[in-house]
Design a protein around this ligand. Sequence first.
Ligand SMILES: NC(=O)c1ccc[n+]([C@@H]2O[C@H](COP(=O)([O-])OP(=O)(O)OC[C@H]3O[C@@H](n4cnc5c(N)ncnc54)[C@H](OP(=O)(O)O)[C@@H]3O)[C@@H](O)[C@H]2O)c1
Length: 264
Amino acid sequence: MTQPIRLAINGASGRMGRALLALVREDKRFELVSALVSAGSPHNGDPVFPELSTSLRYAHDWSAMAAVVVDFSGPDGLSAALDFCTTHNAALVTGTTGIDTALQSKLDRASQHIPVLHAANFSLGVAVLKRLLREAAAALPDWDLEIVEAHHSRKEDAPSGTALALGHAAAEARGTTLEKDAVYVREGRPGARRNGSIGFAVVRGGDVVGEHTALLLGQGERVELSHRATDRSIFARGALETAAWLAGRKPGIYSIDNLLQERL
Ligand SMILES: NC(=O)c1ccc[n+]([C@@H]2O[C@H](COP(=O)([O-])OP(=O)(O)OC[C@H]3O[C@@H](n4cnc5c(N)ncnc54)[C@H](OP(=O)(O)O)[C@@H]3O)[C@@H](O)[C@H]2O)c1
């Protein structure tokens, strides 16, 4: 039997960290060796699984050797994770957002020594949707393309980062860019639809976790490609899937698309 992969979770007390912990305690692929929090965390020293007999505690302590770090902490936490991974040759999966150019350069430099996978969305279903959309947008170049997304009422940005990522993928497949062809607002009398444009529509309300549909509209027929998230744990599930896949790979920058590609 293969040994479980030694895993550290950075940002372990956060929303994503806790979702990861809930999954990892049942996941035989991993041995959780660290649950990392910030130096000033109120969780420092608390048991990670109080109801189990393990002695693991939340700590700001990078001394345990891990083969892979899953990071959902923040820019400072990600920077510390990069230091650990490059020093100890560990793989890094990170979903931390708000990365500035200095941290992005550090991440790029680290990828010369360790495998790194950074994703803004860890849903494997969304990654598949993006691939399918790329193919459909290229195969049906004259069909009108509209992207509709729905999220809960508290979401502040629009369209969602995922809708924009889908739009970018479709635009690239058609040899154009969103800067050139996206239409984000239609109001009053915007006139007839411009050929080749990529329209976005946004729904906000209730507790919708996240829904994205790409509509390819032809004459007398249409294709609809949809993804519906019903549970936030999909991001944690996807991050663990990529961590198991990334551990032990050669240095470089990887994407979820690389993982999917291997399955085809
Ligand atoms: N890619 C995706 O699919 C995805 C999905 C959701 C969220 N995210 C991103 O992931 C990050 C975390 O999201 P979240 O919703 O889990 O946020 P959160 O609930 O605020 O959790 C982040 C946790 O990181 C800990 N932390 C802060 N500084 C740290 C440091 N220097 N070292 C170690 N731990 C540190 C904090 O806990 P203590 O105060 O206890 O240290 C905090 O609870 C954000 O950047 C978010 O945008 C990405």
